[in-house]
Design a protein around this ligand. Structure first.
Ligand code: NAD
Length: 479
């Protein structure tokens, strides 16, 4: 049965790699009906700040499958990333990024690497909640949820089981972000106990990233948070031979998007030198997803044979290994010529139809007892800390008392020698109830009222909660 899919040609090298890929799919006999949508730069330039038109959403909701070329997103200014908008709007919570080496035909120092990164795709710093709070201070909120973390971790374990993978490594920075990353790690340990047949370990992300660069063969499946996953998947693809080789899938309950892991490469756009393999690999994942594993295998075998025959695009071309340096279009023609052939050096593939991975729903848990025990009042202030301390101490009331002032998370008042410390123009003033006492929103609102009457420029508040008696906030460094 013909499957309708939506296709977006994207920006930069997008159109050329997409054309090359669709040419291969057509010649291989993929039974697909293509609906093309316009997204990215051209749409932004038409004045649609979201980068996508309503008709495109309709197509996505109808076909539920998108093959997408990369899109250009401006750096440091301008419109928000459409990639992130689509992932979040369509609920694509899991980003699966397999990377392996194609030794000896593609030069790499890591001939045995074969890993899959399962990246959380909707949360973390990609929530994109940013504020400028003072002359000096910019904030980007890192949002981690227990439910989102549990979902991606379960997905990773189910993926490992379904794909015969033996080990899962969790990567976080929970030595620093003890609440956000700490929760992810803790949930990983809890869920791992339900999968005794899968080996598990944990790396702090910095050494984890270093090990992916130096010994990627020690990893099998890696599950991690959004930003770390983005960074380490580029490292993994690059050390496998080229960032142009890896494809990915973005999975929602009822939708899937397939794309290369690389970007729109404006530096080489329009030159017919880009490697179309990343998007082709994602198209192969798509064919398996829509139930055409035979066509997927036929294309993968022809692609492996092309690599094996030394027909290489510039990014992987090496004089000593390659036979012919080709452009994007010629590479696609070479794959088409080999459709029906199998590789002899590389193992050939024979994909099978996979059932949609059913990741178990979150198990219901009793809600924790939540107690409001204080508030952090963030105040823009570039005067003396003693003066601020005195002003803010005077705001106390309803049992809320000033305990500390912190600056960039470091306790700076009272009784701290701040000589040599770089102090910025915002402090967070921590008000706590005495041990065992709770407060109310009304008491916090009254405190804010006193702050505005005292002429303080408060930029935000964060409530301090205990959950089942455990701190729901970090202590200031040195507190
Ligand atoms: P990039 O991945 O586009 O390019 C990085 C380097 O890799 C460049 O030197 C490029 O020439 C090379 N490269 C990338 N793909 C290649 C290929 N297929 N063949 C050969 N060489 C290739 O990363 P960037 O330069 O940081 O980003 C460019 C733009 O892409 C930015 O606007 C960024 O926001 C966007 N981007 C989009 C996506 C996406 O749509 N999913 C992902 C990442 C970046």
């Amino acid at each position: 049965m013909t499957t309708s899919i939506t296709v977006a040609y994207g920006d930069g090298i997008g159109p050329e790699i997409m054309e090359a890929t669709l040419h291969i799919l057509k010649e291989a006999g993929a039974d697909i009906a293509i609906e093309t949508i316009e997204v990215g730069e051209r749409v932004y330039n038409m004045g649609a700040t979201s980068g996508i038109l309503p008709t495109a959403w309709e197509s996505l909701r109808r076909t539920k499958v998108l093959l997408k070329a990369p899109i250009t997103t401006p750096q440091g200014k301008g419109y928000k990333s459409l990639n992130v908008t689509m992932r979040k709007t369509l609920g694509m919570y899991a980003n699966i990024r397999p990377t392996k080496s194609y030794h000896p035909m593609v030069k790499t120092n890591h001939p045995k690497m074969d890993l899959v990164i399962v990246r959380e795709n909707e949360e973390d710093l990609y929530a994109g909640i940013e504020h400028r709070q003072s002359e000096d201070v910019l904030q980007c909120l890192k949002l981690i949820t227990r439910s989102g973390s549990e979902r991606i971790i379960r997905y990773a374990f189910d993926y490992a089981v379904a794909n015969g993978r033996k080990k899962i490594t969790c990567m976080t920075k929970d030595n620093i972000m003890k609440l956000a990353d700490g929760t992810f790690h803790k949930l990983f340990d809890e869920i791992a106990a339900e999968y005794p047949a899968v080996e598990k370990d944990h790396y702090i992300i910095d050494i984890g990233a270093a090990r992916i660069a130096s010994k990627p063969e020690i990893f099998d499946v890696i599950v991690t948070l959004n930003l770390y996953g983005d960074i380490i998947s580029d490292i993994a693809a690059e050390v496998s031979g080229s960032v142009g080789l890896a494809g990915s899938s973005n999975i929602a309950e009822d939708f899937a998007m397939f794309e290369a892991i690389h970007g729109s490469a404006p530096d080489i756009a329009g030159k017919n030198i880009a490697n179309p393999s990343g998007i082709l690999q994602s198209a192969i994942m798509m064919l398996i997803h829509i139930g055409q594993p035979d066509i997927a295998s036929k294309i993968q075998n022809a692609w492996l044979k092309t690599l094996e025959d030394g027909i290489h695009t510039g990014d992987i071309y090496r004089k000593e290994l390659s036979k012919e340096k080709v452009g994007c279009k010629e590479f696609a023609d070479a794959v088409v010529k080999r459709l029906g052939k199998k590789p002899s050096e590389f193992a050939s593939v024979a994909y099978v139809k996979t059932e949609r991975q059913a990741t178990k729903a979150n198990t219901a848990k009793a809600k924790a007892k939540k107690e409001l025990v204080g508030v952090d009042l963030f105040v823009a202030w570039d005067g003396s800390l003693d003066e601020l301390g005195a002003k803010v101490t005077a705001l106390a009331g309803d049992g809320l008392e000033l305990k500390t002032l912190a600056n960039k998370g470091l306790k700076v008042w009272p009784d701290v020698d701040i000589s040599g410390i770089h102090i910025t123009d915002q402090c967070h003033c921590r008000f706590r109830m005495s041990e065992g006492k709770t407060t109310t929103h009304a008491a916090i609102a009254a405190l804010m009222d006193r702050a505005q009457k005292a002429g303080l420029d408060f930029t935000k508040t964060e409530n301090l909660y205990l959950f089942d008696g455990q701190l729901g906030f970090s202590l200031g460094q040195g507190e």
